[in-house]
Design a protein around this ligand. Sequence first.
Ligand SMILES: [Mg+2]
Length: 230
Amino acid sequence: MPVNFKSRRPLLIWDIDGTLLEARGIGRQALNLTFSKLFHQNAAFDGLEFSGATDYDLIRQASATLTSTINVRVFLTAYLQYLADLLRESPLKPLSGVSHLIPRLSQLGWPMALGTGNIRGGAYLKLGAAGLSPYFPVGGFSEPGATRTDILHSARQHCGYDNDTAIVIGDTPLDIQAGQELGLAVIAVATGRFTRQDLLDANANQVIDRLGDVSEFLSLIRHLVEQKSL
Ligand SMILES: [Mg+2]
């Protein structure tokens, strides 16, 4: 049965690592190379929790032990260069079903944005190498001092959805928490390092094992819309 959306279709806000693309630690590798080059310290990011983290926050944590001040602009320029080099050698692959689902949703006219802890340049390097950039012209990205909730808020604003509903698609408890802080429904995908049970325990509105089945995905959205009267 067709769903009557109260205003317009919900905006779909997508996480990148572990949701759209395989999370292979390439970002960590590029950050480590940058830190090593600039500060002669190896593996500075190895002990940090990357799942759901933002680039700026990771850099802040890694640089906490430095005696000198970090020039973030210089750091990020070097990081993007290392990331581009690594991706050229070995691009990240879209997760199972993503290459089918995303173009189809786009073709069907679903509004989509990014909501990612990557800085903007890093997000588009990763997506570009996987052929997914054209589907995500806007989004919320890591900015100085921005939490994941701020990032999702920013994604909504850029799309003119400040007061309209959005659905977050992510793979970590932090995606779920950030979405719910804004009163948004979250579809969690168990394709990152968290299991279906982890994501249910974190109160995801819906959990799926993989993306790819367009009918299944749209029926999840319809269910959320009906359930939450979006
Ligand atoms: Mg993720």
